[in-house]
Design a protein around this ligand. Structure first.
Ligand code: SF4
Length: 240
């Protein structure tokens, strides 16, 4: 289930190049105007019986079609944090390419972090891993994961995996997608084994290189082919 309190975004990172919402195809699939949606207060909206519309014990993917830490949302984010705090029975999964803006508009009672917030830092290549992950680890966050998505090259995460619960890896999708090499995926998988982090190979991407051959993968099969490779590590936990 998703919660998109605002919409719109713009490119700021190597992985954004072919973003199908806000990249070159933005006119067709999305828009670059950042604005609140009519779902802004959805997690705390109640029905006529006074019950929350969204029942508890759920994972709510938050801002997966925009970015929670956009500068344009700095004022709105204060209210969004307040909504998140009111629903301690929901896990809010927040994925961002702007982790360096984490401290902006952070609530005064944040302390070591809210228990129901799981923040995912996206890193697409080594340079972004080396820039974002030391910052990510320095912030007070109780639950952290890393998303190598889209994975654009081999990345050594091993210096940063202490304090990271989980790593997701996904190739890039779309007509212009850059190739994803299975050797890069296996390498990150090995790093997670050593660090005892859970690992999810979410999707192959459109152009998937395996054993020296690049294959074009149908978008509807990218997830199942990744899963069939059998390299996920759940350690008995539910992967997102
Ligand atoms: S941050 Fe995410 S949503 Fe925004 S342009 Fe980049 S890939 Fe697209």
């Amino acid at each position: 289930m998703n919660w998109e309190p605002w919409t719109g975004c713009y490119q700021m990172s190597d992985g954004c190049k072919y973003c199908y919402f806000y990249g070159p195809h933005g006119k067709r699939y999305g828009q670059n105007t950042i604005q609140k949606t009519d779902k802004f207060d959805w997690p705390i909206r109640k029905n006529t019986k006074g019950e929350y519309n969204i029942k508890g014990n759920k994972i709510l993917a938050t801002c997966f079609a925009t970015d929670f830490f956009l500068p344009e949302a700095d004022e709105w984010r204060k209210d969004a944090w307040s909504i998140i705090k009111q629903r301690i029975d929901i896990d809010f999964l927040i994925l961002t390419k702007r982790i360096d803006r984490f401290n902006v508009s952070l609530p005064s009672d944040w302390g070591d972090g809210y228990d129901n917030v799981n923040i995912g830092c996206t890193v697409e290549n080594q340079a972004l891993a080396d820039y974002r992950l030391p910052l990510f680890l320095s912030y007070p966050i109780k639950r952290r994961f890393v998303a190598c998505s889209p994975l654009l090259e081999a990345i050594d995460l091993s210096a940063y995996l202490h304090g990271i619960d989980h790593v997701t890896v996904c190739g890039e999708s779309g007509r212009d997608a850059r190739e994803c090499d299975y050797d890069w995926v296996l390498d990150i998988h090995e790093q997670c084994v050593k660090a005892n982090a859970t690992f999810w190979f979410k999707g192959t991407g459109t152009y998937f290189k395996q054993d020296g051959t690049v294959k074009k993968i149908n978008p509807f099969k990218q997830g199942s082919i990744a899963s069939e490779l059998g390299i996920n590590i759940s350690n008995g936990k539910k992967l997102f």
